[in-house]
Design a protein around this ligand. Structure first.
Ligand SMILES: Cc1cc2nc3c(=O)[nH]c(=O)nc-3n(C[C@H](O)[C@H](O)[C@H](O)COP(=O)(O)OP(=O)(O)OC[C@H]3O[C@@H](n4cnc5c(N)ncnc54)[C@H](O)[C@@H]3O)c2cc1C
Length: 393
């Protein structure tokens, strides 16, 4: 991962199609266009109408593994650079990950993860429940055994990032086409817009960042990737909240401040969803469980104004698929619930790969799979327990 963005002029003469106008697609389109490539972004609906417009906008670089930590840090750097321009704002706010008394596996996992985060240079403190209560009176920490507090963190409204990056992509010369569903072809790379069928437009490269539809779009082009869409949920409460962002690993619930109240979520349904036929509203059990955790953890009796679901994408090992899958055809998907906060970096990496400036991230190479692997969907936010990663704690 080069990390400073594609070189100006390095894309001159390259014609690139980006499929998908979510956070990843608009970032890739902006970086490619800024490097001089002739970019067309195709979005089947409106910009941000996929997972990006439904995300919670929790942002941090507190990852226990080296590559993830670097990707997360680079993404935060770009969020901060963008903040204050094009209607986008990054709100600084610490992120607390906690485990309750009696949850021994999770206590070990939070302590272990915090140690590994620090080993990778992340700004993370480990606190007892008592110290947590002193630091953040807004959190009810009576039953908290251990907390990891990440300082390099914040939140935003994800839709404003998509709009801001799309504006920048257009300013750099990219053509942004909404209401343009495409199918992809290979050898040579190309796309056909559904409304213009059967015309296929040829490109030097096609980047498929189609979120929950990625597996289907690539399968129609004869390329198999192991990806499963699954539902996760969030809600907004209109009652005041003035504390940090937190993830209660024992309850599997997170919350962050939101204008006029708070936003809370997770509600993972670990079953493969059909990207065209899925329940957009939140489930009753999700609202009840999150409300209960908010009362216990933050003394917050929610006034639920809105609750919704969206689709994330899982891979067999929890790492994304980011790289070339056929000559000139690239995939960028499989974020396991962490795709928004990493988009400024993953969009950059895929742009650099398309331009031949970077070999990408080996750990994310889609070539590590055959494409037909059977696997279970695991929750994206979960703290890993019992796994020895070999990194010093
Ligand atoms: C409730 C919820 C909360 C979340 N919270 C967070 C969070 O706090 N932090 C975080 O990092 N992540 C979060 N996520 C995950 C995050 O939303 C995703 O990982 C991220 O937005 C993925 O971005 P993307 O650009 O890859 O995909 P998407 O945003 O899904 O974009 C893909 C786009 O491709 C388009 N498309 C599909 N098929 C075609 C086609 N054939 N032709 C043209 N266009 C096509 C779609 O319409 C869509 O707009 C959350 C997700 C949900 C649902």
């Amino acid at each position: 991962m080069a990390g400073s963005g594609p070189r100006s002029g390095s894309g001159t003469g390259r014609r690139v199609a980006v499929v998908g106008g979510g956070a990843v697609g608009v970032t890739a389109a902006r970086d490619l266009a800024a490097a001089g490539a002739d970019v067309t972004l195709f979005e089947r609906g409106d910009l941000g109408s996929g997972a990006s417009g439904r995300a919670a906008g929790v942002l941090y670089d507190a990852y226990a593994e080296d590559v993830d930590a670097r990707v997360g840090a680079r993404a935060l750097e770009r969020f901060r650079d963008l903040s204050g321009t094009n209607g986008f704002a990054f709100r600084e706010c610490p992120y607390v990950m906690l485990a309750r008394e009696g949850d021994d596996d999770l206590i070990d996992a939070v302590e272990g993860a915090a140690g590994r985060m620090r080993a990778h240079g992340r700004e993370v403190e480990t606190l007892s429940g008592e110290a947590l209560a002193d630091r953040f009176p807004g959190i009810d920490a009576g039953d908290v055994a251990v907390a990891a507090v990440a300082g390099n963190a914040g939140w935003t409204d994800p839709g404003t990032y998509v709009a801001a990056m799309a504006e920048r992509a257009a300013a750099a010369g990219a053509e942004i086409r909404t209401d343009s569903e495409v199918s992809v072809s290979t050898t040579p790379p190309g796309v056909a817009v559904a409304s213009e069928a059967p015309v296929t437009r040829r490109f030097d490269a096609v980047v498929v960042a189609a979120g929950a539809h990625t597996k289907r779009v690539l399968a129609d082009a004869g390329i198999r990737v192991p990806l499963k869409p699954y539902r996760v949920q969030a809600l907004v409460s209109g009652r005041d909240y003035d504390g940090p962002m937190w993830y209660d690993a024992s309850a599997g619930v997170y919350a962050r401040p939101n204008p006029g109240g708070l936003l809370a979520g997770d509600g993972t349904v670990p079953e493969e969803a059909d990207p065209d036929e899925w329940e957009r509203g939140a489930d009753e059990w999700f609202i009840a469980e999150v409300s209960e955790t908010l009362r216990e953890r933050a003394g917050h009796d929610p006034a639920v104004e809105r609750a919704w679901a969206g689709l994330c994408t899982a891979t067999p090992d929890g790492d994304p698929l980011l790289g070339e899958v056929a000559d000139g055809v690239y995939v960028a998907a499989g974020w396991q619930g962490h795709g928004f906060m990493r988009a400024p970096a993953t969009g950059e990496v895929i742009a650099e790969q398309v331009l031949g400036e970077d070999e990408g991230v080996e750990q994310f190479d889609p070539g590590r799979f055959d494409g037909d692997e059977a696997f279970e969907i695991t929750e994206g936010m979960a703290v890993e327990t019992g796994e020895d990663t070999g990194v010093p704690e």
